[in-house]
Design a protein around this ligand. Structure first.
Ligand code: 6PG
Length: 472
């Protein structure tokens, strides 16, 4: 019997996806550069083994798949994808489908769609979120590519996807790069979310002098309310953990340098290209970069004197924690509004017609940013046909109006205490700019017109104007 689907690349994510397919009853062809990995995956999973079919060569792998073939590539984004495609494509027939399920730069996906357009083989860029456990038991899946291809993929992808109240968290989002673009912005939002949580942790540690176990309790409580989400849940788990070696809180023995593989940075680059302010994501990416300069930070702490704990005027009791909770919730709404604004702009720019409500719907379960809050975004798009910006939707406007003072207080106190809150303050600054009817760009226009005759528009008259400024 031939396999229903093939998985090529059996690293953690590929292996977990293969097991997920097999568990849902599909026969799965397996191939990995080191072929033993494929055999081992079958042997280590005897209960699913009958549906896992390791191949010793790419040729044998391709031959073992039912036609038209569906192949899921799960290799490192970048060169490895092109190298694999060069080997794989000549072995395939018209009508076959190759899916790149990695965290690929959508620009590469657009280029690959173009490159293979005339081959008759369908190339699909697909975002998969949920980490290892998600891939194994139900990820959120963002599909790009030709719409007809989606009809063929649907019966394979719906069973393996996460479910939110029974609804599969997988959708076709648009042609060529749409799926990978949306996955990139998902990760950008993930970065902003994680950074803002880390900033709140910084206030709890340096501004309130709380112990990690006390912080864990606070986050666990927040996880039962408006902030309820996977990231808040795991924050509380991480903070509650004890290091088996020293008995100290685990979080206290981990080096304060964050890694990053590129998707956060791409979100910011694409936002800038589209002319959209995604300042919370930008702050999060930059903060990871600064985090990696540990040696320089330690040296600077000696020059300028370190952050002084507990000099901050933060109340470490219930009222103080409630203020942090409200501030985080408010900043989170602003960050998501920015991420959605980037997607809306990309949708227009690339003619993708991205289904923004559908995106919130498939992010409600399976992915890293899954949260109660995504149900609210889903609802906002269901109730309004023309969402200009989430900050203008009544349910969010009400929450931001209610929470903005808390965000203001937290950012102000943190600034006075020298506790960095780059993403929270970016959220606040963006909000204040976004809700101000008379901005300050009139001065910039004056400067531009003075030094470069760039012209400006007038409030009281149509048309383009230039002023004879005094010579400087
Ligand atoms: C997911 C994650 C996953 C991974 C990212 C972020 O949605 O399952 O986003 O794709 O964690 O690659 O990784 P970095 O933090 O290493 O950039």
């Amino acid at each position: 019997e031939k396999a229903d689907v093939g998985v090529l690349g059996l690293g953690t994510m590929g292996a977990m996806l293969a097991l997920n397919f097999a568990e849902k009853g599909f026969h799965v062809g397996l191939f990995n550069r080191t072929a033993e990995k494929a055999t081992r995956l079958r042997d280590d999973n005897p209960e699913l083994g009958g549906r896992l079919h390791p191949a010793r060569s790419v040729e044998a792998f391709v031959a073992a798949l039912q036609s038209p073939r569906v192949i899921v590539l799960m290799v490192n984004a970048g060169r490895a994808v092109d190298d694999q495609l060069d080997v794989l494509m000549p072995l395939l027939d018209k009508g076959d489908i190759v899916i790149d399920a990695g965290n690929t730069d959508f620009n590469d996906t657009v280029a690959r769609n173009r490159r293979w357009e005339t081959s008759g083989i369908h190339f699909v860029g697909m975002g998969v979120s949920g980490g290892e456990l998600g891939a194994r038991h139900g990820p959120s899946i963002m599909v790009g590519g030709d719409r007809e291809v989606w009809q063929r993929l649907r019966p394979l992808l719906e069973p393996i996807s996460a479910k939110y109240e029974g609804e599969p968290c997988v959708a076709w989002l648009g042609p060529d790069g749409a799926g990978h673009f949306v996955k990139t912005i998902h990760n950008g939002i993930e970065y902003a979310d994680m950074q803002m949580i880390a900033e709140i942790y910084g206030i709890m540690r340096d501004g309130m002098g709380l112990r990690p176990s006390e912080m864990a309790t606070a986050f666990a409580a927040w996880n039962t309310r408006g902030l309820s989400s996977y990231l808040i849940e795991i924050t509380s788990v991480v903070l509650a953990e004890t290091d088996p070696k020293t008995g100290a809180p685990m979080v206290d023995v981990i080096v304060d340098e964050a890694g990053q593989k590129g998707t956060g940075r791409w979100s910011v680059i694409e936002a800038q290209r589209l002319g959209v302010g995604a300042t919370t994501i930008e702050a999060a990416v930059s903060a990871r970069s600064v985090s990696s300069l540990r040696g320089e930070r330690v040296a600077s702490a000696r020059i300028y004197e370190d952050v002084r704990p507990a000099a901050a005027g933060f109340d470490r009791g219930g009222a103080g924690l409630a203020e942090l909770e409200a501030a985080l919730e408010t900043a989170k709404i602003i960050a998501y509004a920015q991420g959605y604004a980037v997607m809306a702009a990309a949708s227009k720019e690339y003619g993708w017609n991205l289904p923004l409500g559908e995106i919130a719907r498939i992010w409600r379960a399976g992915c890293i940013i899954r949260s109660v809050f995504l149900q609210d975004i889903t609802r906002a798009y269901e109730t309004s046909n023309e969402v200009v910006n989430l900050l203008q939707e009544s349910s969010f406007a009400k929450r931001v109006s209610g929470g903005q003072q808390a965000l203001r207080n937290v950012v102000a106190k943190a600034a006075l205490a020298g506790i960095p809150v780059p993403a929270l303050s970016a959220a606040l600054a963006y909000f204040d700019d976004y809700r101000r009817s008379r901005g300050t760009a009139n001065l910039i226009q004056g400067q531009r017109d003075l030094f470069g005759a760039h012209t400006f528009r007038r409030l009281d008259e149509d048309g383009i104007h230039h002023h004879q400024w005094p010579a400087v």
